[in-house]
Design a protein around this ligand. Structure first.
Ligand SMILES: Cc1cc2nc3c(=O)[nH]c(=O)nc-3n(C[C@H](O)[C@H](O)[C@H](O)COP(=O)(O)OP(=O)(O)OC[C@H]3O[C@@H](n4cnc5c(N)ncnc54)[C@H](O)[C@@H]3O)c2cc1C
Length: 417
């Protein structure tokens, strides 16, 4: 226990000089048992569970920038388990259960707030699809409530229910969904992994992957060569680039997703509300800012910033759903690089190179996956067999076409939907 009310008070009165860094800042050693490339949410949670559940500690997480500088610190923080297809259902259900115990597990306030996620529907067809999804969620053991128009109005009276193009028919409500503070999740896992002996090495870019006779032997980095028996690639939007260092061409395209936050307002939105037809979703942060976003910028890019046409589109969708938002002033917008897979579902798998493992394809929904992704990837790396909750996230489904999980029904090129 490093925090207490008394400690916060004492530090506040004495210039906050007594706090210790949450994790060490070690130089990389010449050799590790396991090297994790990428210090985002997924890389840090992988290292944490490798140490916590598999008793391994000779591990380095190599991060080219700083912890929390990637998507884990750029997302809109929505956590949910409202998937419909086998493969995704059990995985996200596993993740939500880990989320529910995460603060106790890490002894860190990740501000997990199960305020409920409401998906709106605007046609009979969409309502039918939500009914199917709700049944799948309930069958998986998660919670789902199908709301009619009056039920939605009771929850979120401030929406435009009679919009000519998108009248609200009802909604799918998922009470256990909600939000968590994104960078606190990275910091909590970083502290937990560090405390179990993992070296978290920041400002250390991997520039090459060493392979000898079909087996990985280490990595080249901006801070020298590091030998390793096993290497995990967990670099989200940079997956294609890093896998190419091992001669692999991934079925993944990198696209930009933007988000926006307004000035702080008094509490107005109690839930996460999504308007899928208009490509818009919104929640309110604990600081009061309305946090919202929309669709991808429709071009492949490694820039961590988006463009004006999508900003205009998102604002338009916001005004369509919730005209009152026109009174709020937008403070900031930013972008992150999404690793879009063709079926919109992720990959957690071995590669054809011994000792080299791959975790990617999270598209725009990988924050809610952080606990389960790390938990399942650690299991795969430590035991060389998939975790029961992640057996279907196979890389070869894109070669064979068998086992695709096209959750949104957008066809074979999800990245271009
Ligand atoms: C605007 C926006 C909104 C989103 N909203 C949500 C949401 O509400 N809910 C949800 O579930 N998901 C959401 N997402 C998606 C989610 O943020 C990502 O899927 C997830 O964070 C990706 O995993 P990560 O945290 O490991 O990625 P990152 O934090 O990007 O981690 C990857 C790390 O790898 C590092 N790296 C890359 N190349 C190298 C290299 N060569 N050497 C060393 N390190 C390297 C990067 O610097 C980076 O820190 C959103 C994303 C964005 C951008």
């Amino acid at each position: 226990m490093r925090f207490s009310g008394l400690r916060v008070l004492t530090e506040g009165l004495t210039g906050n000089r007594g706090w210790r860094p949450h994790w060490r800042d070690p130089d990389p050693r010449p050799e590790y048992d396991i090297v994790i490339i990428g210090g985002g949410g997924h890389g840090l949670s992988t290292a944490y569970y490798l140490a916590r559940e598999h008793g391994l500690s000779n591990i380095a997480v190599l991060e080219k920038g700083y912890i929390g500088g990637g998507n884990v610190g750029r997302n809109t923080t929505i956590v949910r388990a409202n998937y419909g297809l086998p493969g995704n259902s059990e995985f996200y259900s596993h993740s939500l259960k880990l989320w529910e115990g995460l603060e106790q597990e890490l002894n860190y306030n990740v501000m997990m707030s199960q305020r409920g996620v409401l998906n709106l529907c605007h046609s009979d067809g969409q309502r039918d699809a939500f009914a199917r999804r709700a049944n799948a969620m309930v069958n998986q053991g998660d919670d789902a409530i199908l709301l009619d128009r009056a039920g939605v109005r009771r929850l979120v009276p401030y929406l435009d229910f009679d919009n000519i193009r998108f009248p609200i028919y009802g909604g799918l409500y998922h009470p256990r969904g909600g939000t968590a503070r994104h960078d606190a999740v990275a910091w909590g896992y970083a502290r937990g992994a560090d405390g179990r002996g993992v070296d978290i090495v920041q400002n250390c870019e991997v520039t090459g992957i060493d392979i000898d006779n079909g087996r990985v032997t280490g990595v080249q980095t901006s801070r020298g060569a590091i030998r390793a028996k096993k290497v995990g690639i967990v670099v989200a939007g940079r997956s294609g680039q890093v896998a190419a260092m091992a001669g692999m061409r991934l079925p993944v395209e990198s696209h930009i997703l933007q988000a926006f936050v307004t000035e702080g307002l008094k509490p107005v939105i109690d839930h996460v509300v999504t308007f899928g037809m208009g490509h818009f979703y919104i929640s309110q942060s604990d600081k009061g800012g309305l946090v919202f976003g929309g669709d991808l910028d429709f071009y492949a890019s490694y820039a961590q910033r988006g463009n004006l046409p999508m900003q205009e589109h998102v604002m338009e969708a916001a005004m369509t759903l919730m005209p009152v938002i026109g009174k709020a002033r937008v403070l900031r917008s930013w972008g992150g690089i999404m690793d879009m897979s063709p079926d919109g579902s992720p990959i957690i798998d071995r590669t054809h190179i011994d000792g080299l493992y791959l975790n990617c394809g999270w598209c725009y929904g990988g924050f809610k996956a952080v606990p389960a992704s790390g938990n399942c990837f650690a299991h795969l790396i430590a035991q060389d067999r998939p975790h029961p909750a992640a057996t279907r996230f196979r890389l070869d489904r894109f070669r064979t076409g068998v086992g695709l999980m096209d959750e949104e029904g957008t066809g074979a090129q999800h990245n271009l939907h």
